[in-house]
Design a protein around this ligand. Structure first.
Ligand code: FAD
Length: 517
């Protein structure tokens, strides 16, 4: 088959190469290596292997360049960065993280709160090249009733992401932090304080390798001759005929060339704002599309540990990244926030005073949102964004219930801070909406097609045969914890459904047996 034909027909097209899209590629490569997979990303390859976390680039310039290449058309530097303590202490409305770029406009309507900090990454690996790698499991009301095998799927997600709870457990002062938290909190809670499961592994040379999509792809995908990754190519439309997917339309962002790809199965894993955007652009507009938007209201705080003795940084023996330790205060229905307690370099709060390793602790509390259909991303049929896709308009507000949850989160944070030490910059700070980077719900799973969901538990879009959606958008609950493990787990389920069902549909598209690469 010629090069041209190889990029014009496929059994499965995957849109997006973040952790969710990578999970589809991995499971299909493992379970159905006979399927021809074409995977597109609008962004460039920024690492070798493709999709790796930029934190693994030890050269500062190489890392800065990779981050910039992920920031789409607008450089982040014009907004307040969180790379300095000032970024946290200020009341900057639009904060931005390196490797991401903000929604240009349409992030607020009227006097609604909006999502001023709504952000994206456009690069192979998506936000998974820039994330903190925290991979907690959802619990209690966060769990998804429609997905009966959630625990098995989460275990599979942990395998794909390379999650470990132990690796950072031995970091300096991590045990001390956890003991103080557990003493104060565990007697009143249904889920105990524990080390945060992190997607990171220890290399033979003692360095840490932070997981990105490269880890999710794994050797199974990289060695699969039927998988092709095509970067800098925007998918502009999912093509359908009478409710059946027939392929996609794409634009090469380097030379502007447009072409069509024929495929009976398409997975859209283009993040929780751009997945509904692509469906909208394709005239696939179920009533729940873009609705039930969930951005976890977020509060941060920082303390310096009280009464600690100097530590020997080598005492931990394990990770070379000895300054990191992350503890987890899990969500419970009675305490509807997810707590992330991060020591120094793993923390979002930089600090350049005279301190011991692990001594400054950043607290990040993510609240369970009061989920409403009215919180939504809408798309414009007349205006386009800088990629030429329908422009977004966010409708988003905090309800009375959200304000009460936030007040409780602040009070709990102050109390938790007092268990540990003394506040570094005064009271906790409420981040602007959108800052969580954990947008969910816009293509949510449901048990039945009743207008309140976009897809079934296998992430198949209602009423469009051959179309799957993936990523945090499929999560229907008010998940407060970091969502990537959950969305990778749900992607495993969707990919297995394709693996099971693909044979009959796909054989129809094969020109001749044995002619594909
Ligand atoms: P993404 O990773 O966003 O990937 C989507 C991809 O789709 C992008 O590569 C984009 O270029 C591509 N795309 C979009 N539209 C198109 C199109 N039309 N055509 C082609 N390609 C397209 N989550 C956690 O669970 N734990 C954490 O600790 C955590 N920390 C974070 C810290 C930071 C600084 C950031 C930025 C994020 C963090 N997150 C965290 C969020 C996490 O990164 C995301 O949940 C995760 O990456 C989502 O995966 P995804 O595959 O759904 O989407």
């Amino acid at each position: 088959m010629s090069e041209r034909e190889q990029t014009r027909t496929a059994d499965v097209v995957i849109v997006g190469t973040g952790p969710a899209g990578a999970a589809y590629a991995r499971i299909l490569s493992e379970e159905r290596p006979d399927l021809r997979i074409l995977q597109f990303d609008a962004g460039p390859i920024i690492t070798d292997p493709p999709g790796a976390h930029v934190k693994n680039l030890i050269d500062d310039n190489a890392r800065a360049r990779a981050q910039r290449l992920s920031e789409g058309p607008a450089p982040s530097s014009v907004y307040q960065s969180t790379d300095t303590l000032d970024g946290y202490a200020s009341d900057a409305e639009r904060i931005v993280r390196a490797g991401t770029f903000l929604l240009e406009d349409g992030y607020r309507h009227g006097d609604e709160a909006g999502l001023p900090a709504a952000a994206f990454s456009t690069n192979v690996g998506g936000m998974g090249a820039h994330w903190t790698c925290a991979c907690p499991r959802p619990g209690e009301g966060e769990r998804i009733a429609e997905v009966s095998d959630l625990d098995d799927l989460l275990a599979e997600g942990e395998r794909l992401l390379g999650v470990s709870a132990e690796l950072m457990g031995a970091a300096p002062l991590a045990e001390e932090v956890r003991e103080r938290l557990a003493r104060g909190l565990d007697p009143h809670r249904t889920r105990p304080v524990q080390p945060m499961p992190l997607a990171v592994r220890l290399e033979e040379d003692g360095r840490l390798w932070w997981s990105g999509s490269d880890v999710v792809f794994g050797d199974a995908t990289r060695a699969n001759p039927n998988h092709r990754l095509i970067d800098r190519t925007l998918v502009t439309r999912v093509r359908t005929v009478e409710g059946l997917v027939i392929g996609v339309r794409v634009r090469n962002l380097v030379d502007g060339r447009e072409y069509e790809v024929d495929a009976p199965t398409v997975v859209v894993a283009a993040d929780a704002l751009r997945t509904p955007q692509l469906l909208w652009a394709s005239d696939i507009r179920p009533p729940a599309l873009g609705r039930y938007l969930n951005d976890q209201p977020q509060v941060v705080h920082a303390v310096k540990l009280r009464d600690v003795l100097p530590q020997d940084p080598t005492r931990a023996g394990g990770p070379v990244d000895v300054l990191s330790g992350v503890s987890w205060v899990p969500y419970t229905d009675d305490h509807p926030f997810h707590g992330q307690v991060m020591q120094l370099d793993a923390s979002p709060v930089p600090y350049d005073g005279d301190i011991l390793p692990g001594e400054v602790v950043g607290l990040g509390w993510f609240c369970a949102k009061d989920i409403r259909a009215d919180d939504r991303v809408e798309f414009d049929d007349d205006r386009t964004d800088s990629y030429g896709m329908p422009a977004m308009r966010i409708h988003y507000d905090l309800t009375e219930a959200d304000r009460r949850t936030l007040d409780r989160a602040v009070a709990e944070m102050v109390a938790v801070g007092e268990l540990l030490g003394d506040a570094v910059f005064g009271d906790p700070i409420e981040f602007p909406p959108g800052a969580s980077l954990h947008y969910q719900g816009t293509t949510r799973i449901g048990a039945v097609d009743d207008g309140r969901s976009v897809c079934d538990a296998d992430s198949r879009v209602w009423g469009v045969s051959g179309l799957h959606v993936a990523g945090n958008g499929v999560i229907p609950t008010a998940l407060a914890c970091n969502p990537t493990l959950t969305s990778v787990a749900l992607a495993v389920r969707g990919a297995r459904a394709i693996a099971r069902e693909a044979a009959s549909a796909l054989s129809l598209h094969r020109p001749q047996a044995g002619t594909h690469a």
